[in-house]
Design a protein around this ligand. Structure first.
Ligand SMILES: NC(=O)c1ccc[n+]([C@@H]2O[C@H](COP(=O)([O-])OP(=O)(O)OC[C@H]3O[C@@H](n4cnc5c(N)ncnc54)[C@H](OP(=O)(O)O)[C@@H]3O)[C@@H](O)[C@H]2O)c1
Length: 189
């Protein structure tokens, strides 16, 4: 079972101006192609309630994090809402297995969901698109991240760039980062 974190960031390290501000409002068409391809290739996407509600798609396979589900609840045939506190990714995989086995998982944010997977040491790879714009303030990739270069912020969390290419003439960059052995608060102890 592998998990890929897919994120589009401004060049100053933000994923939204504020909760509820979806990437579709500001990311490039090329990034949207990357996003849709990754969603189609994944078995399940995992996201927070805010990200789900910013772009609800009842047809997609989603695991939605919320403190509001005391026990996992299937609120649509392929959408389960749960509180991950005390769970592992293996618990989540067992929960969804009968509908579709979880082999390739996609982590779709926001920051608190990124934090949860990072703490578990279960972010294997990051696909980062950096758009050539700045917000100045907003929602970071990980909680507590200072504004600035998102690649530097991810390096500081234990992820190293392994590939990079330009997506368009405007300067949008697609960067793949791999987890290093010191990645994650659990593995890093
Ligand atoms: N640029 C990008 O790549 C990207 C990626 C993802 C999201 N976004 C954008 O960023 C914004 C997301 O912001 P957001 O603050 O709404 O984040 P979010 O993580 O999507 O939603 C936050 C909510 O998710 C639940 N949640 C998240 N982590 C949890 C955890 N570990 N345990 C239990 N519940 C958890 C909580 O729901 P309850 O309040 O129900 O407890 C929390 O209030 C949206 O505008 C979205 O479109 C951008």
């Amino acid at each position: 079972m592998r998990f890929r974190l897919l994120v589009v960031s401004t060049e100053d390290g933000f994923i939204a101006r504020e909760p509820g501000h979806p990437p579709a409002d500001w990311a490039s068409p090329e990034e949207q192609v990357v996003f849709l391809g990754a969603v189609a290739a994944a078995d399940w996407a995992v996201m927070g309630r805010g990200t789900h509600e910013a772009a609800p798609r009842p047809d997609r396979r989603r695991v939605i994090f919320t403190h509001g589900a005391k026990a996992p609840e299937w609120r649509a045939p392929t959408q389960v809402w749960l509180d991950p506190e005390g769970l592992t990714v293996e618990d989540i995989a067992r929960l969804v297995a009968s509908r579709r086995p979880l082999r390739d998982g996609l982590i779709l944010g926001g920051a608190a969901v990124h934090d949860w997977f990072h703490r578990q040491g279960r972010v294997d790879e990051i696909t980062l698109t950096v758009e050539p714009i700045a917000f100045g303030a907003g929602v970071p990739i990980f909680s507590g991240q200072a504004p600035g270069d998102p690649v530097a912020a991810l390096r500081a969390k234990g992820y190293e760039p392994v590939a990079e290419r330009r997506l368009n003439a405007a300067g949008t960059r697609l960067i793949t980062l791999a987890a290093t052995s010191t990645n994650g608060d659990i593995q890093g102890i």
